[in-house]
Design a protein around this ligand. Structure first.
Ligand code: BEZ
Ligand code: FE
Length: 295
C-alpha cells in the first residue's frame, strides 16, 4: 500500500493497527487514529503549527519531575481528568461525589490522633474540621483512613516549599472511631493558581484563561470493601467556584466554613481569636464485587 491521500491514509493506518493481539489495545488504537486524523483534517495545520504542537508536547514532558506532573495539569485544564471522573463514577448509589486528585497528594503523610492540629507553625485563621464516614445506607465505617491535605493562607502546599517532602504540614491521615467519626484542627486554606510557570500556563494564557482554583480541603478516604473516594470540600462564596481552572467543582461539595467568635470549640479547645468550622459527612460506594461491609 502506498500513495496515500488526505483520506486514504486513515484507512491504511486503521488496517495496520487492526492486527493488535489485545482487543482493548486494538479498540483504543483505532479510536485514537480516527479522532486524531479527523482533528488534523479539521484544523488543517501549517507545517510550522504542527512543529509548534510537537514542541509544546516535548516541553510538557520535559517539565515533568518527581514532584511536577505537567501532563496531569494538561489533562486537568483540558477537562479530561473530570471527564474520566464522570465516566468512572457513574454510581447507582447516592454517595459523596468525587473530583480531581491534583498534583499535591503525598503518599506518606503521617497518621495522627483524632483532634490533632496539623497546621504546624503556619499562620492563618484556625479551622476545625469534623465529620463522619459511612456506607451508602448510612452505616458508620469505623477504622476508615481519612487522608487530608490543603493549601496555606497564601494558597501554597507544603510540597511547593520543601521539594524533598521533609516538612509536611497541613496534611495528615486519620482513622475513624467506632462511630465512623474524625476531627482535626488546621488553618483555613486560600484559593490558589495551579502551577502556571510551564507550557500549561502558556496554554492558559493563549486561551485567555486564568489559572485559579477556589479554596478547598482535599480528602482521600479508604475503607476495606468500599471504593476509594478522592474528593475536596470547597469554601462557599469563593470567587472561583464557577471558573475553576480544572473544572472540579460540584454543588454537593461546597460548604459554609462557618465563622465563630473567640471562645470554646466543640472539642473543648478555647480559642483566643475567631475560628471557622467545616463539617462534612461522607458516604462511600461499595467496591465493585464487594460482598459485604468488612471494616
Ligand atoms: C489541586 O487541587 O491540588 C490541584 C488540582 C488540579 C491541578 C492542580 C492542583
Ligand atoms: Fe488543591
Amino acid at each position: 500500500m502506498r500513495n496515500f491521500d488526505q483520506n486514504s491514509i486513515t484507512q491504511a493506518v486503521l488496517e495496520r493497527v487492526a492486527g493488535a493481539p489485545d482487543a482493548r489495545t486494538r479498540q483504543i488504537s483505532e479510536a485514537l487514529v480516527r479522532h486524531l486524523h479527523d482533528f488534523i483534517r479539521e484544523i488543517r495545520p501549517t507545517q510550522a503549527e504542527w512543529e509548534r504542537g510537537i514542541a509544546f508536547l516535548t516541553q510538557t514532558g520535559q517539565m515533568c519531575t518527581g514532584t511536577r506532573q505537567e501532563f496531569i495539569l494538561l489533562s486537568d485544564t483540558l477537562g479530561v481528568s473530570m471527564l474520566v471522573d464522570a465516566i468512572t463514577h457513574d454510581h447507582q448509589h447516592a454517595v459523596t461525589e468525587s473530583t480531581v486528585l491534583g498534583p499535591f497528594y503525598v503518599d506518606e503523610a503521617p497518621e495522627v490522633a483524632r483532634g490533632s492540629d496539623i497546621s504546624g507553625d503556619l499562620p492563618g485563621e484556625p479551622m476545625y474540621v469534623s465529620g463522619s464516614i459511612a456506607a451508602a445506607d448510612g452505616a458508620p465505617l469505623s477504622g476508615a483512613i481519612v487522608d487530608v491535605w490543603h493549601s496555606d493562607e497564601d494558597g501554597y502546599y507544603d510540597v511547593q516549599h520543601s521539594h524533598d517532602g521533609s516538612e509536611l504540614v497541613a496534611r495528615a491521615r486519620f482513622r475513624t472511631d467506632a462511630h465512623g467519626r474524625f476531627d482535626f484542627w488546621s488553618i483555613k486554606p486560600a484559593a490558589y493558581p495551579i502551577p502556571h510557570d510551564g507550557p500549561v500556563g502558556k496554554m492558559l494564557e493563549a486561551q485567555g484563561r486564568h489559572p485559579w482554583r477556589p479554596a478547598h480541603v482535599h480528602f482521600m478516604i479508604e475503607a476495606p470493601g468500599y471504593e476509594k473516594l478522592v474528593t475536596h470540600v470547597f469554601v462557599a462564596g469563593d470567587q472561583y467556584l464557577d471558573s475553576d481552572a480544572v473544572f472540579g467543582v460540584k454543588d454537593s461539595l461546597i460548604r459554609d466554613f462557618e465563622m465563630h467568635p473567640a471562645g470554646a470549640a466543640p472539642d473543648g479547645r478555647i480559642l483566643d481569636r475567631p475560628w471557622c468550622q467545616l463539617t462534612y459527612d461522607f458516604q462511600l460506594n461499595p467496591a465493585s464485587g464487594a460482598a459485604s461491609r468488612a471494616v
